[in-house]
Design a protein around this ligand. Structure first.
Ligand SMILES: Cc1cc2nc3c(=O)[nH]c(=O)nc-3n(C[C@H](O)[C@H](O)[C@H](O)COP(=O)(O)OP(=O)(O)OC[C@H]3O[C@@H](n4cnc5c(N)ncnc54)[C@H](O)[C@@H]3O)c2cc1C
Length: 354
């Protein structure tokens, strides 16, 4: 009989591992702290328009992700970049209009990035996928693992954590403890995009496209730093979406929204005020993405991502890690999450000869 495997986290990596392990007939369970699946993939349906508050784009170089999308028969389309973009290099100069070369296209998943998440999760039973279960401790004893969440206790044979490593070692008490070297590296591993603020505005008409503008902004001045068209592939729902200065976490939502709109009006004109809805996600305020500890220390982007220490198993092969920050290739990105899952599945297939 195959051992029970419990996966911590129902983001892209955790759900893909669960999907593959089910194909291999392992008994599985996923414990997810949030009330939703997807982790850093989060598509809001706002005014019937899918807008991405987390992961959005991928490229031709992301071959593992592309292969997964093909396997799941999920179509993708090219990011709309036709027409001029605004480029604002200095606060002292007015924004410039530039044409963006389209030699390295980026793509979006039709219907929203969460379509990928839902395709992976759709055949999981309520027993297999448990939401609102924030894992707080793991106890490795007598070849069994006892898991305590905020709600209840579970028992399993093998645990796979797909949490960002900094969250794992900050929020989960592990007995016996991990080695000091592992804890030190995990604590100083950057969780990609943990400080970003993503904003989306839905509009009744694509006024930018009507004026031969792509909807793109690149600004070193802010508060909007990078913005793109986020209309649907059918071109029936219209939105602009992107990143704003992460320091805007320090002000109230109403003030933040006001200055973001002022910037959009400066670029696109008064029509930018006629939005149907405004959405935002402040990722640094998401306790299941950003570890509290990393509010106090300076971590540079991708620091320790893909460190070889993450590919080691612990506690006599009862504990493994996956998740995008552990991937040796493209860590931080959806591609990294898929590679980390694929690598782990290869390890388990070798171990269990299946
Ligand atoms: C704003 C933003 C924009 C991005 N844009 C892009 C992009 O355009 N392209 C791209 O390729 N990538 C992008 N990314 C990165 C991409 O989202 C990630 O690489 C990918 O989603 C990570 O998947 P994961 O499963 O490794 O981790 P996560 O999605 O972080 O999953 C970890 C899961 O663990 C859960 N969890 C945490 N603590 C506990 C606990 N104690 N108990 C149980 N569960 C727990 C979390 O809730 C979460 O569901 C972006 C990310 C953000 C935030």
């Amino acid at each position: 009989m195959k051992p029970k495997i419990t996966i911590l986290g129902a983001g892209l990596s955790g759900l893909l591992i669960a999907y593959r392990l089910k194909q291999l007939n392992f008994p599985i369970q996923i414990l997810e702290a949030r009330e939703r699946v997807g982790g850093r993939i989060s598509t809001f349906i706002s005014e019937d328009t899918p807008v991405e508050m987390g992961a959005t784009w991928f490229g031709n170089q992301h071959t593992h992700l592309r292969a997964l999308l093909a396997e799941l028969k999920l179509p993708h389309f090219e990011q709309y970049m036709s027409g001029a973009a605004f480029y604002e290099p200095y606060a002292t100069n007015p924004p410039q209009m530039v044409e963006i070369p389209s030699d390295a296209p980026s793509y979006r998943i039709q219907g929203g990035t969460s379509s990928l998440i839902h395709a992976l999760a759709k055949d999981l039973s309520a027993e297999e996928l448990q939401l609102n279960q924030s894992v707080i401790s793991l106890n490795f004893e007598n070849e069994k693992v006892s898991i305590q969440t905020n709600q209840q206790a579970f028992e399993t044979a093998i645990v796979i954590s797909t949490l960002p490593p900094a969250l794992l070692v900050t929020n989960i008490q592990v007995k016996p403890p991990f080695e000091a070297a592992f804890i030190k590296i995990a604590k100083s591993t950057h969780t990609w995009m943990q400080d970003s603020i993503k904003v989306a505005l839905v509009y009744a008409t694509p006024f930018w496209k009507n004026r031969n503008l792509s909807g793109t902004i690149f600004s070193n001045v802010g508060p909007v730093t990078e913005f793109y068209d986020q209309s649907n592939v059918e071109n029936t729902r219209f939105a602009l979406c992107g990143f704003v200065d992460g320091n805007l976490i320090q002000i109230q939502k109403s003030e933040r929204k006001k200055i973001i709109l002022q910037h959009l009006v400066k670029m696109f004109g008064a029509e930018a005020y006629n939005y149907l809805s405004y959405e935002e996600t402040i990722w640094a305020e998401e306790p299941f993405t950003k570890s509290e500890l990393q509010n106090e220390v300076v971590i540079y982007p991708h620091q320790n991502n893909g460190n070889p220490i993450f590919s080691q198993s612990h506690f006599n092969h009862q504990f493994y890690l996956a998740g995008t920050e552990t991937s040796p290739v493209h860590p931080g990105y959806m591609e990294g999450a898929v590679i980390a899952a694929d690598n782990l599945i290869s390890q388990l297939r070798n171990k269990f000869n299946c």
